[in-house]
Design a binder for this molecule. Sequence first.
Ligand code: G3P
Ligand code: CA
Length: 311
Amino acid sequence: MQRHLLIISTTVGLFAGAASTSALADTSPLEQQLKDLASFQVIAHRGASGHAPESTMAAYELAHEWDVDYLELDAQITADGEVVVFHDDTIERTSNGEGAITDYTLEELKALDTGTWFNEANPGSADPTFVGAKILTLDEVLERFGHDARYYIETKSPHLNPGLEEALVAILEEHDMIDSGHVLVQSFEQESLQKMHQLNENVPLIQLVWYYPSEEDDSRLVEWTGVTPGPADIADEDFQAVAEYAVGIGSNFIYEGQEVIDADFIRQANENDLQVHVYTINETDEMKRLMDMGVNGLFTNYPDRLLELVE
Ligand code: G3P
Ligand code: CA
């Protein structure tokens, strides 16, 4: 879907050029997906996870009902090789189990309750229907929403999830999600993205980055994975190196109260053919600020707040 900013943006040129949803006859679904990325994207982070337990069907149902552009989810692999939707490396924060998620079979994970923790942590949003929510397989999410949604899938902790990329591509191909233009794959690990590209060159990729102050000199920012220099030192060549395999960058915005990227970063990335999506923005003021800076999309646990700012 296409949306236009309600607030005044200093980078209206980018949005004024946004593609129409009416694809030309000779535009492939994949090309249409890339054109759609030129307009502002609302990305529901782990579903509408501010309102319902993250990564559960309740959170994805709500986000889908609100007609977001992408459902964001983290993919991991179980001890018996099933791809599940789960963020943390360990299960204790969001379930009644404990230990590494990759140590459990799907059957064991399905016995867990991933909803009660949310009710206890968020009494104002608690709902008895969340109790007993099950960990989802990727298959279950894709079967539920099919081609009526787009999916922004992270290969989470690839070093802890060997075989994840192969299993992920097989599932996406089985559901015809790639050539139909319904999926982006994101990762902090460049190697994981390159593996995805080798497995299926049509998967559009997003390089995640995380900027934070250097331990040696906290006045300078560095990037966690080493994929790019810090924003103050980043050059066109650095963006172009990412643009060789990715269509965008997913960045943090604030580290311990300090803004780590600015409008120049977004502009320079755009000039080098990279969209910039920022995670995870939950406050309306910050959403507005980033939109004024020209950001191309936001990950949020509160897509309802973000949707109020776009039409
Ligand atoms: O995928 C974007 C953002 O979700 C990355 O951070 O830790 O929430 O997966 P995380
Ligand atoms: Ca994620």
